[in-house]
Design a protein around this ligand. Structure first.
Ligand code: NAD
Length: 299
């Protein structure tokens, strides 16, 4: 029985961050200032607080400025839009990220639409999704771009391969599909209404699972030798005697690894790529904003 190669996203992300740190230092010499990322957090969501702290630390470690704005849960939509406007106008800020989800009294789409698309390092603004879909330079959401980097590192050219993306969210599934189309894959996007999902997945040379259902993708859905990218992060119920359940992906890892050619683990696969790509996007934004040439493909 074959065992899939493990795609080590943690190691890839570490190398990417090291390349970013070198390029960030060169940017500082040329621009006379550091690249800067502003992160805005509204409210006390514990998972969001952990992400924001981690983003801040990694931004500074890469030699960039991190500006953090922590606003109360009851901040009005207007007050948040004012903060975004100030950041849009601030020349020290190259990238703006408003941590989602926002409290329910704030319209997320309105806030995303207020961010200057050239500082939208999350790639969520409709201008950037439009640029992605027509093949213009812009900003691509960090998680799917991280998945693409892992795929290209593993497979080289993706041209002509059959890819199935499970999930059609705006932040993962749809941009992932657009990126794979741009790499000349034949792409199928499956979702909650897809008929006979196992048969659809079975065609794929590349499977990207972004659903949010623990261990849903089974070994008998996978074409032998396929490359499997697991975006899902799900916490299982705790085992007796433990207070925290295990983290698993959307793919039944132990069994799928016996059939696939290569697979990302959870944790340690796609997860670490997201913040590394956010730093990459910020550095790209800094160069574009300052009019300094960067070999973006080499990052
Ligand atoms: P989402 O809830 O917005 O979208 C889930 C998608 O899955 C939907 O398009 C839905 O149609 C589809 N779906 C639901 N049930 C299905 C089923 N039974 N069969 C087929 N498709 C089904 O989620 P999202 O934001 O795209 O995130 C997906 C997963 O990826 C989550 O586990 C999330 O935590 C994880 N995630 C991880 C990272 C990371 O950094 N690694 C980043 C973003 C999201």
């Amino acid at each position: 029985m074959t065992t899939a190669a493990v795609i080590d996203g943690k190691a890839f992300a570490e190398n990417l961050r090291a390349r970013i740190a070198v390029a960030a230092a060169q940017f500082e010499v040329h621009a006379g200032r550091k690249a800067g990322l502003a992160v805005v957090l509204v409210g006390e969501d514990p998972a969001s607080q952990v992400y924001v702290r981690s983003k801040g630390k990694q931004t500074v470690a890469a030699g960039m400025n991190s500006f953090e704005y922590k606003l109360d849960d009851n901040t009005s939509e207007g007050a948040l839009l004012d903060v975004v406007e100030r950041l849009n106008a601030d020349p020290a800020v190259d990238g703006i990220l408003v941590q989602l989800p926002l409290p329910s009294h704030i319209d997320e789409q309105k806030v995303i639409a207020a961010i200057n698309p050239d500082k939208d390092v999350d790639g969520f603004h409709v201008v950037n999704s439009g640029r992605l879909s027509v093949g213009l330079p812009g900003f691509v959401p960090c998680t799917p771009l991280g998945c693409l980097m892992l795929l290209k590192d593993r497979l080289g050219s993706l041209s002509g391969l059959d890819a199935v993306v499970i999930g059609r969210s705006n932040i993962v599934g749809k941009p992932m599909a657009a990126l794979l189309i741009a790499e000349s894959c034949t792409v199928t996007v499956a979702h909650s209404r897809t008929k006979d999902l196992p048969e659809v997945v079975k065609r794929a040379d590349i499977v990207v699972a972004a659903v949010g259902r623990a261990e849903m993708v089974k070994a008998d859905w996978i074409k032998p030798g396929a490359t499997v990218i697991d975006v899902g992060i799900n916490r299982l119920p705790p085992e007796p005697g433990s207070d925290k359940g295990r983290l698993v992906g959307d793919v039944d890892y132990a069994d799928v690894a016996k059939v696939a050619g290569a697979i990302t683990p959870v944790p340690g696969g796609v997860g670490p790529m997201t913040i590394a790509v956010l730093l990459r996007n910020t550095l790209v934004a800094a160069h574009r904003n300052a009019g300094i040439v960067l070999d973006e493909a080499a990052l």
